[in-house]
Design a protein. Structure first.
Length: 133
C-alpha cells in the first residue's frame, strides 16, 4: 500500500511540476511577444479602446494618451492626414486587422500590430497617409 501511495504522490508532484513549467513557459512567451511588439513601435497593448475611438475604426489623435481626436478611418484605401508631430493612435478595428502608415511619397513607413492595439505616445512625423486595413 505504501508503494502505491508513493507512486501517487510522485505522479501528483510530476503533474504539478509540469503545470508550473507550462505556465512559466507561457508567461515567458507572452513576455517575449510583448517585448517584440514594443520593438516594432512604442505602442502599448490595450484591450479596452478609448471612448473616442468607435469599434471598427482606426483613430488618430493630436495629443498623447488618445486626446484630441483628429480622424477616425474605417475604409480600406490610402487616406491623407494633415502633417503633425507627436500624438497617439488606436487601432480599434476587427481583431487582427492591421493599419498601414505611409509617407508623402506614399511609401510604407509602418504597419501596426493587429487590432486591438494602440500607441499612447505615437509620432506622426513623416506620416501623410493612412490605410486603415
Amino acid at each position: 500500500m505504501r508503494h502505491t501511495t508513493s507512486r501517487t504522490r510522485t505522479r501528483r508532484t510530476a503533474l504539478v511540476a509540469g503545470a508550473l513549467l507550462a505556465m512559466t513557459m507561457a508567461a515567458g512567451t507572452a513576455q517575449a511577444a510583448t517585448s517584440a511588439a514594443g520593438q516594432q513601435g512604442s505602442g502599448a497593448r490595450i484591450m479596452v479602446a478609448p471612448d473616442t475611438c468607435p469599434k471598427y475604426y482606426f483613430c488618430g489623435y493630436a495629443g498623447a494618451n488618445y486626446s484630441d481626436r483628429v480622424f477616425a478611418f474605417k475604409d480600406c484605401y490610402m487616406q491623407p492626414i494633415a502633417a503633425r508631430t507627436g500624438g497617439s493612435w488606436y487601432n480599434n478595428q476587427s481583431t487582427g486587422t492591421k493599419a498601414r502608415m505611409y509617407n508623402a511619397s506614399k511609401q510604407l513607413v509602418y504597419t501596426t500590430p493587429g487590432a486591438p492595439y494602440g500607441d499612447p505616445h505615437g509620432d506622426w512625423t513623416g506620416i501623410r497617409y493612412i490605410d486603415a486595413c
